[in-house]
Design a protein around this ligand. Structure first.
Ligand code: LLP
Length: 409
């Protein structure tokens, strides 16, 4: 087990017995620890962490993040809706829009939620409908980073944000509709373990921000990685934090006002507080390849199939033996009717039997939030182990009736 205290003394077998398989299991202590690490990232005094809830929007986690003093970003009215349910007030929510309808803009504006706009045409539309409103623009400073091309959101090959070349037009639109530019935001992409790309993005953004006087805030985005692989080392938060603080202090001094800086971590907060439990349902050999067949299809965890992402996998045998002396390569697969339904290729794992337990580590970010009902499979339950070491259901498993919701019968 990566973190031997993860289950806080509870038995993963007993959890599966009680709540069913597969099962997302969260540890409240770990989630709170990550929230606090991010809250203390910098010494610059005007600083706020916006939890990027697309990583995991379970209502219970949102409430805990709020208790930890975090604010939130939102990518859709649905996320705004959940955030308000969790108790976040409009000033604590930042709507980062991308290709949205006028109705979606209005959903946020009518609530008094700050909107970030990421194209000239959408800025124009925002101005037409909400003249003289405060607004924020999302900037592409030319820097991008991420674990896959699919999640790099800065630089030359992305649909996101407004390039500096378009800033003269931005100024015209702002003037035409008397919009008040109160903030700039950027997000270079998701997942970095080396600090340099992020710092490079921040330096580029701050250089651009200097030409926009009167900003109330600058949002530097998320992307903070954590080690999915045991061989990876952790992001050096002390070093990154010190460098960010220096950049913030220096900017505020030159800018002449104490701008509020925000960051937007999703994965860093939510990934490590969760282990996804499942069950070995079949072990078989096909043309020399050994397959470990589980009940964790890509409808439950899409990341390996979608990005080829690595998650640590552990097998807990029912008979208590660890068989670690007999490792061999297994291709770990799910129960979906596609050959790409693969959690790991040729992963070295101990001998296993049906009904042994599978632990997929670090599954809390972009795990449940990307789960689906493909093949009409039921999305799993989510359980929280609270700080007293007690487990409780925080989202029930789908039911067959849930599958018919919305049909005209
Ligand atoms: N801010 C914005 C505007 C974003 O688009 C994102 C993520 C974040 C913040 C948070 O990024 P994080 O700190 O979590 O890296 N499904 C992919 C990740 C997609 C990220 C999308 N945007 C995955 O499973 O790796």
């Amino acid at each position: 087990m990566k973190d031997t205290h993860f289950f806080e003394g509870l038995s993963p077998f007993a959890l599966l017995e009680q709540y069913g398989s597969p099962l997302y299991v969260y540890n409240e202590r770990v989630f709170r620890e990550r929230c606090r690490e991010m809250s203390h990232l910098v010494t610059y005094p005007h600083f706020k962490v916006n939890y990027s809830v697309k990583a995991n929007s379970n209502l219970t986690l949102l409430r805990i993040a709020r208790e930890e003093g975090l604010h939130v970003d939102a990518m859709s009215p649905g996320e705004i809706y959940l955030e308000e349910l969790a108790g976040f007030t409009p000033d604590e929510i930042f709507y980062i829009s991308n290709n949205v309808s006028t109705e979606e803009m209005a959903y946020a504006v009518s609530r008094g939620i700050m909107v970030s706009i990421d194209s000239l045409s959408q800025l124009e539309r925002f101005g037409r409908h909400f003249p003289s409103h405060p607004v924020c623009i999302r900037v592409n400073s030319g820097v991008g980073a991420g674990h896959s091309d699919k999640v790099i959101t800065g630089g030359e090959k992305t649909k996101f944000a407004i390039c500096p070349a378009d800033f003269p037009r931005v100024r015209e639109i702002l003037q035409t509709y008397e919009l008040r530019l109160v903030g700039l935001n950027q997000h270079i992409g998701s997942f970095f373990l080396e600090e340099e790309p992020y710092l490079e993005g921040v330096r580029a953004l701050l250089a651009l921000a200097m030409d926009f006087p009167g900003l109330a805030f600058i949002d530097l985005g998320g992307g903070f990685g954590m080690p999915y692989e045991r061989t990876q080392s952790r992001l050096d938060l002390a070093s990154l934090g010190a460098k960010l603080s220096a950049l913030m202090e220096d900017f505020a001094a030159r800018y002449g006002s104490p701008v509020l800086f925000k960051i937007e971590p999703g994965r860093y907060l939510a990934a490590e507080c969760c282990v996804l439990l499942g069950t070995v349902q079949a072990v078989k050999e096909n043309y020399g390849h050994v397959y470990c067949g589980t009940d964790i299809g890509f409808n439950v965890l899409a990341r390996p199939m979608l990005y080829g992402s690595y998650h640590e996998i552990e097998i807990l045998s029912r008979d208590g033996s660890d068989h670690t002396d007999s490792l061999r390569p297994y291709t770990v697969v799910g129960n979906i009717c596609e050959s790409g339904d693969i959690l790991a290729h040729d992963r070295m794992l101990p001998a296993m039997r049906e009904e042994d337990l599978v632990c997929i580590h670090d599954a809390g970010a972009y795990g449940y939030s990307m789960a689906s009902n493909y093949n009409n499979r039921l999305r799993p339950a989510e359980v929280l182990i609270d700080q007293a070491g007690t487990s409780r259901l925080i989202r029930r498993r789908d039911t067959l009736e849930d599958l018919t919701r919305g049909f005209e019968v």
